[in-house]
Design a binder for this molecule. Structure first.
Ligand code: TRP
Length: 493
């Protein structure tokens, strides 16, 4: 913090900017790409119900804790945790929570931009009209063609990394704030247009039934755990991204009458969680009607977005227009997310004395280099596996299924058990004591139990010998079996 108590990285211009930035982080590939395919793979409504419960009972309490730690610390997660550990008289090893987060951010970024790169190609593919009236095999051919070409995948990865670093290098207010102020309203607008379009589609009723009719018999232990893991990923928690954004959150706001009021973390975070959930559900309501109207399988798997949708859009009037709008939306969403993933390590380097642009270039270059392994996992390196996973599959698994839950668990323990209660209450500025008590009880007991279970279970699932089909909590794997064995040559993906 600087002398006047403003974080050195800057501060969001208003509470609403924090909401936009945090929603920008939360709403990403997780909502538009992963949520629909996971819902499809896990049987529809019952999964959606469990996912909603997980968001409310596990995700939101941790998100509140993470923002609270960030705002109290006022710095990058590493230095915020150092400061808080000192303030609470506990071991400086708690700094490790921040370091773990910066490291997971770096790893997550390395492959998030690879998928982000695919979305860039699809904007182009759709807009060019090349997929208009294409047949299933042609659409599949385009996807396979992109995947099989290491140069193309690398080019997409590079472009997406550069986009991310250009924004982050400009700083919190001039870069991140400026970009979310444009991209988030654009994203909501595009989603509304597409939603209106989906409403008129033949498959809308079927999609609603699919998403909201709960058939408990379809729930398995694995799908419950997948829902917990996904709640984590979609809310961007466990890595320090939201902690860093919390550090730039103003303490007070001035209302219409010029009165200063404390910014309550609970209600602010609630808004972000609701936005994230609404966007995921809307993405489902946009995607499934096209799936049903065209007689396609909802359980298509991770290829749902990249293979099925272009095909569906190819068959409807104005498909090229709506299809490219859709992928522009995905690009915006993924972009504001990748920015937030990179913020913890960048902010840390800035505190070490680097300039913002230098820090962005450094993190970008390192993550880009590591990402080459992920980009090549879809082509030249696809046969090199460990525990049945490609390089990409491994990095993805370790970050999402191991590092994020561990990070989240530690954050919950620190906020719930270690930190002085007076500080917690002061920072949260919660209006109702009852709500605070519930939050604290959930954070101390429910969250550790839930996360402990997910962690142990997903580790056990992921490290099972042989290449059994990937656990549904692993988002980015594209197992050949899920893709329809005949259309994707084994080992291609
Ligand atoms: N939540 C984003 C999505 O749904 C991904 C993301 C951004 C993320 N920042 C994060 C995930 C931090 C975990 C931690 O795509």
């Amino acid at each position: 913090m600087s002398k006047d108590n403003t974080p050195i990285h800057g501060i969001w211009t208003s509470r609403w900017v924090f909401i936009l930035a945090a929603a920008g982080s939360a709403i990403g590939l997780g909502n538009i790409w992963k949520f629909p395919y996971m819902t499809g793979a896990n049987g529809g409504g019952a999964f959606v119900m469990v996912y909603l419960v997980c968001i409310a009972c596990v995700g939101m309490p941790i998100m509140i804790a993470e923002v609270m730690l960030g705002r109290r610390g006022g710095m990058s997660p590493v230095n915020s945790m150092r400061k808080l550990a000192r303030e609470n008289g506990v071991s400086s090893r708690w700094t490790g929570v921040g370091a773990l987060g910066a490291l997971s951010g770096f790893l997550l970024l390395s492959f998030y931009t690879v998928i982000g790169g695919w979305t860039l190609f699809y904007v182009w593919e759709m807009a060019s009209g090349a997929l208009h009236q294409a047949s299933a095999s042609e659409v599949q051919g385009v996807f396979d063609g992109i995947m099989a070409n290491p140069w193309l995948v690398l080019a997409g990865h590079t472009m997406f990394m550069v986009m991310t670093m250009v924004v982050i290098g400009r700083g919190v207010v001039r870069g991140i704030e400026a970009s979310v102020r444009i991209l988030m309203p654009l994203l909501f607008l595009l989603l509304l247009v597409l939603f209106g379009y989906a409403l008129t589609s033949d498959g809308f009723g079927a999609a609603l039934r699919y998403l909201f009719a709960v058939d408990v018999s379809r729930l398995t232990g694995m799908s419950v755990l997948a829902a917990v893991g996904h709640a984590f990923f979609t809310l961007s928690i466990g890595l320090g991204a939201i902690m860093a954004y919390g550090a730039y959150m103003p303490r007070n706001t001035v209302d219409g009458k010029g009165v200063r009021k404390p910014v309550s973390i609970g209600s602010t975070v609630l808004t972000v969680g609701v936005l994230d959930t609404v966007v995921a559900l809307m993405a489902g309501m946009v995607i499934f009607p096209v799936v049903f109207a065209n007689g396609l399988a909802p359980s298509e798997g991770p290829g749902l977005l990249f293979v099925t949708l272009p095909l569906a859009f190819a068959e409807v009037p104005l498909g090229a227009l709506f299809g490219s709008l859709f992928f522009i939306l995905v690009v915006c969403a993924a972009w504001t997310s990748s920015i937030s993933i990179a913020e913890p390590p960048v902010a840390w380097l800035v505190e070490k004395g680097f300039s913002r642009p230098q820090a962005a270039v450094l993190v970008g270059l390192l993550a880009w280099t590591l990402g080459i392994g992920s980009a090549l996992s879809f082509n030249v390196l696809s046969d090199y596996t460990l525990f049945g996973k490609t390089f990409f599959g491994l990095v993805d698994f370790v970050t999402i299924n191991i590092m994020l839950p561990v990070g989240g668990l530690l954050i919950a323990i620190f906020a719930g058990w270690v930190m002085k209660e007076t500080h917690v209450r002061k920072e949260l500025a919660m209006k109702r004591f009852g709500v605070y008590l519930v939050w604290r009880a959930v954070l101390r007991v429910v969250v550790p139990l839930a996360l402990g279970t997910v962690f142990v279970f997903s580790l056990w699932q992921g490290l099972k010998p042989a290449a059994a089909p990937e656990s549904p909590t692993v988002p980015v794997e594209v197992p050949a079996a899920d893709q329809g064995a005949e259309s994707v040559p084994p080992g291609k993906l």
